[in-house]
Write a protein that binds this ligand. Structure first.
Ligand code: NA7
Length: 502
């Protein structure tokens, strides 16, 4: 489906056709809710895997568990497959579950307003969609951060963010500068080393790097998993448990797992032979304080003669390169901004307006809070996938989205009762949950004093302090006592209140 028809009414509107939007669509259809529409501002499904096409883009979670439990992929080519393969997988799931024909591409939502018994949603092309329930599935790594570096707009060569890779630019034989040393940079740097004439990596903060190897998977294993689907499901579950027991435990509290990852990172760093380079690559904080960067090849790349690490602060970008604070000029032909994403935006800039004209942007500001990661008081029948404090560590977000989609589907089911106009989490319950959740952050690895995209405007982690399994338990079923069911028929009164508050 493409383009927009002007007025549409559906039971459920999903915004975003990335991994979590697909999880939501499948959960609804499996529950028999077919009156759904997905709107996607891009031209294809896949979300982050559609947008990120930079050299070396790959999964950094073992793909055996980076797939849906209802569609474990028997045929991944490697442990950590490339972006195109992952995107093809999600596209296949969307197709197999009848979601492509329920998706309108090229439609961008600009505003959503609660009108008493349904959402009135405006799109950039002037269309209107009304829906009993609104689910935002807009991803976390969605809004590229373009750094505020003096002179950036004066650079004479091509300069682009990693999520907007310019494939017209051939890096072969050119001098490429990469700003940033996060997970993305750790994939691009080895991919460009040896292709570009030289690569200069501008590091502001050194990162710990876990040496996660990639392994080719034999076609025979795909054949085996196809022949024995139970084995395939078992592998999916086994890897998921392994991640729960290792990565999730390590971030949750000090102990064996954290010590183990710490030792592996330190061992990896010792592979850097030059002591001076090793010193400059040594982070000031402890491993896991930020999201661990996974790479087997980054340190190999950074030790190449045609790759240079610059750890002086950038003073300015000039037309032919970068000048650092020590006055050194680093000549460049191409500038890559591996500078990350605004992870606090969620569905914003969509202007979401709930009861009595309450704007989500005003409620959240720089410190977004939700009820159990998925819903927000005063915003009835409004749900967020991968919302605030979702478990976004070094584990599969696919499993997290699935859990949330199931809970949201059950909550949407409450709207079937004739006397229910909307469903919304109670304010007191949400406040108590947030207080408990934030109090539990104390032992987590992210409170180690380092700055990262895990932190909100108050410097508190926006991640989950317990295990993903606990998240699963917390969202296993809808607890009606924690929700308010709004009476049906309040539409006109509430709509009037909202209109006046405008
Ligand atoms: P990250 O992990 O947010 O990394 C961004 C990098 O860019 C990080 O090294 C930043 O340095 C650096 N950065 C940002 N702004 C600047 C400026 N102004 N000057 C110099 N350096 C800057 O983003 P990624 O894309 O690598 O990874 C995001 C997630 O994608 C990742 O965790 C995976 O889940 C996939 P800093 O460390 O802040 O000093």
């Amino acid at each position: 489906m493409s383009g927009s028809q002007h007025a549409t009414d559906v039971h459920v509107l999903i915004v975003g056709a990335g991994m979590s939007g697909i999880a939501m669509g499948v959960a609804l259809r499996r529950a028999g809710i077919d009156d759904l529409l997905i709107v996607e501002k891009g031209d294809a499904v896949g979300g982050t895997w559609r947008e990120n096409t930079y050299p070396g883009v790959a999964c950094d979670v073992v793909a055996r568990c980076y797939c849906f439990s209802f569609a474990p992929n028997p045929a991944w080519s490697t442990w950590l497959p490339g972006g195109a393969e992952i995107r093809a997988y999600f596209e296949g799931v969307a197709r197999d579950h009848g979601l492509l024909e329920r998706t309108r591409f090229g439609v961008e939502v600009t505003q959503a307003r609660w009108a008493g018994d349904r959402w009135r949603v405006a799109t950039r092309d002037g269309g209107t969609i009304t829906a009993r329930a609104l689910v935002t599935a807009c991803g976390i790594l969605h809004h590229p951060v373009v750094p505020d570096i003096p002179g950036l707009d004066r650079f004479a060569g091509p300069a682009f963010h990693t999520a907007r890779w310019n494939h017209d630019v051939d890096p072969t034989g050119r001098r490429v500068g990469i700003i940033g040393t996060g997970s993305t940079s750790a994939q691009i740097t080895p991919a460009l080393a040896g292709v570009a004439a030289d690569v200069t990596v501008f590091q502001r903060t050194a990162q710990w790097i876990l040496p996660l190897p990639n392994r080719r998977l034999r076609p025979a294993s795909a054949a085996l998993f196809r022949r024995f689907p139970r084995l395939n499901r078992l592998a999916h579950r086994g890897y998921s448990r392994f991640y729960d027991w290792t990565f999730a435990e390590a971030t949750r509290r000090p102990g064996l797992q954290r010590r183990m990852f710490s030792a592996l990172c330190r061992w990896n760093l010792r592979r850097v032979r030059d002591p001076e380079l090793r010193r400059r690559l040594t982070p000031a904080d402890d491993p896991m304080c930020r999201r661990l960067v996974m790479s087997w090849s980054y340190y190999d790349a950074i030790q190449r003669p045609d790759v240079t690490l610059v750890d002086r602060r950038i003073r300015e970008v000039v037309p032919d390169g970068i000048v650092t604070e020590d006055g050194a000029h680093h000549p460049l032909d191409v500038l890559v901004l591996a500078t990350g994403f605004d992870t606090r935006a969620y569905m914003r800039p969509i202007d979401v307006v709930g009861c009595d004209g309450t704007r989500l942007d005003d409620v959240w500001g720089d410190t977004p809070r939700a009820y159990r990661t998925v819903a927000v008081p005063r915003f009835p029948s409004f749900f967020v996938l991968l919302g605030p404090h979702s478990p976004v560590g070094n584990q599969s977000l696919v499993a997290i989205a699935e859990v949330q989609a199931r809970w949201i589907t059950e909550a949407i089911g409450l709207l079937d009762a004739a006397d229910v106009g909307g469903v919304v989490p109670r304010e007191d319950v949400t406040a108590a949950y947030n207080a408990r959740m934030l109090a539990a952050m104390g032992d987590t690895a992210w409170t180690g004093g380092c700055d990262s995209w895990y932190l909100d405007g108050d410097g508190l982690p926006l991640a989950w302090p317990w295990t993903p399994r606990e998240h699963g338990r917390m969202l296993a079923t809808v607890d009606r006592s924690e929700l308010e069911l709004l009476p049906a028929g309040a539409a006109s009164a509430a709509a009037t209140a909202t209109a006046t508050a405008d």
